[in-house]
Design a protein around this ligand. Sequence first.
Ligand SMILES: Nc1ncnc2c1ncn2[C@@H]1O[C@H](COP(=O)(O)OP(=O)(O)O)[C@@H](O)[C@H]1O
Ligand SMILES: [Mg+2]
Length: 390
Amino acid sequence: MIFSKTGLLNLRLTNFRSYAYLDMKLDESFTPVVLTGYNGAGKTNVLEAVSFLTAGKGLRSARLSDVGRRSNPEALYNADVMQLPERWSVSARVQNKDGLYQIGTGTVDGSERRQIRIDGKNTSKQSDLGRILRCLWLTPAQDRLFCGDPQARRRFLDRLVQAFDATHATRLTEYNNAFKQWSCLLREGRFDDRWLSGLEMQMATYGVAIAASRIDVIERISHYLAQPISSVFPTPDVVLTGVVEQSLLIKSALQAEEDFASSLKRMRKIYADGGSIAGPHTADFKVIHAQKGIDAALCSTGEQKALLLSIILAEMKTQLQEQGVCPLLLLDEVTAHLDSNRRHILFDILTDLPTQVWMTGTDSENFVYLAEKAQFFDVRESNLSLQNVA
Ligand SMILES: Nc1ncnc2c1ncn2[C@@H]1O[C@H](COP(=O)(O)OP(=O)(O)O)[C@@H](O)[C@H]1O
Ligand SMILES: [Mg+2]
C-alpha cells in the first residue's frame, strides 16, 4: 500500500495563550517536529494549538475562554484581577491524502462558541475539521492515567475513537446535551413524561452509538495491540467496563437502546432524589500489562507510559493498514520516564510513520538521536527559532 503523508505546512497563532502571534513554517516532507525549551517557555501551548485543529476539545480540555491570551500577567495568577479573554485563533495549511486545505479555528467574542473556517468558508461542524485532520496525543497529565480519575481515561478512549471516526465528537455532544436537560428537569422536580421520554430516547440512541464505537475501536486495534512494538515495550490487554459497553456484548444495539431507555425511566425518581446513574458518561476501561499479568495501575510510571504509547501506536498501525493514513501525533514531554533504549526504539518507529509527529522536551540532548531526521525549534518566552542539533 502507498502511504499518504499527513501534516501541517505552517502554523499560525494569534492571541493563543502565551503567544500574541506566531507564524511557524514547517518542512514539506513532514519530518518530526521537536520543540525544546525550559519550563513555561510555551511548548505545550503550541501542541495544544495544533490539537484545536481537529474535532473535540483540545489536549488540555480547557474552556475556550481560558485559551485567549491574558496580556496582563496579573490576570493570569490573580483571580481578582479581571481581564476579558481576547479572541484567539489557530490556523494552518494542512496536507492529507485528499489534498491541501487551509483550516482555522478560534473564538469570535471570547465566549465558549468556537468558529471553524475551512478554505475560506465558515462551518459550525467540528466533524468537518476532524475529517481533514485527525490527531492523537499523550501529555504528562496522562502519565498516571491508569491510577486517576476515570474521566481522563474516558477522554483518552474517546480520542482513540475520534481519530477513527470524526462524528464521535457529535455523538458525545448530543448525548451530554440530552443528559444535562434530563438531569435539570429531574433535579428541579419537573416530571414531564413526554419531555423526559424524548430525552431518554436521545440518550439511549447516542449512548449506545458511543458505546458501540468504543467497542469497535478496541476490536479494530486488537490485532496490533497483541503485537508488542518491540521486546522492550509491554503488550496491553484492554477491557471495556462500561455498563452499556457490557450489555452490547450480549445484546443487539436495538435491544441495548430499549434497555438503556427503560432503565433511565425507572431511575427517574432515584436520580431526582440525588442518586446517580451509570451510562456511557461513567464508562471506563482496564488495561493489563500482558507479559507481567498485572493491572496497569500497579505498573511503574515508565511502564504505564509505555502501555499508553503501545495503545496509541496500535491505533496508528491499524489506520495505516486500513486506510493508508494515520493521525497527527502530539507527544508532550515524550522523553520523560522513558529510558534511552525505549526512547530510541520509539524514535525509530515515529520517524517511519507517514505523519507529522510533534514532540516536546526540556532538554534537546534527549533528542540528539533524531539529529538530521527532525526539525528542531528552540522555544524561549513564547518565541520559536529553528535550531541545529547535531
Ligand atoms: N491564557 C493565557 N494567556 C497568557 N499566558 C498563558 C495563558 N495560559 C497559559 N499561559 C502561560 O503560558 C506559559 C507557557 O506554558 P506551556 O506552553 O505550558 O509551557 P511549557 O514550555 O513548559 O510546555 C505559562 O507560563 C503560562 O502561564
Ligand atoms: Mg509543557
